[in-house]
Design a protein around this ligand. Structure first.
Ligand code: HEM
Length: 107
């Protein structure tokens, strides 16, 4: 059964666009990970400043394997300074992983 892992990321209001740009640049980073079924980036449309990364996995083991993989570290490393360009610190001020599953209402 599909398991849902949500990363709830707090982002200052004026940094949301930058978060979305960073996701767009790395969106493919998780594709091809065993058991990965897809993800959506959810932007708040009320006064909240918590963005949600809703990921779907074939099972818990698949998520755990990705979470501890080099691919995860690669997709999440902060950019080091290059030439005159400064380092880019994370835009997130806090984050939490939430664990969910879809309720099967037919049974
Ligand atoms: C539930 C699974 C996930 C967890 C636990 C997780 C973990 C985190 C954490 C702790 C942060 C904030 C710290 C930071 O900025 O580095 C973050 C930000 C970010 N994550 Fe994830 N993440 C998950 C899923 C994803 C996925 C599927 C992608 C896209 C391939 C992704 C790409 C990013 C990007 C682009 C940022 C912003 C980094 C920045 O500010 O430069 N994450 N994630």
């Amino acid at each position: 059964m599909t398991v849902i892992r949500i990363n709830a990321i707090d982002v200052p209001k004026d940094s949301g666009d930058e978060l979305a740009r960073r996701f767009a640049a790395r969106a493919g980073a998780v594709d091809g990970s065993p058991g990965f079924e897809g993800f959506e980036l959810m932007k708040p449309t009320d006064d909240r400043t918590t963005w949600l990364v809703v990921t779907r996995w074939a099972d818990e083991a698949s998520f755990d394997a990705w979470r501890t993989s080099a691919a995860f570290g690669q997709g999440h490393r902060s950019e080091a300074p290059t030439g005159d360009a400064p380092a880019r610190p994370p835009v997130a001020t806090n984050s939490q992983v939430w664990s969910y599953e879809v309720v099967d209402l037919s049974s």
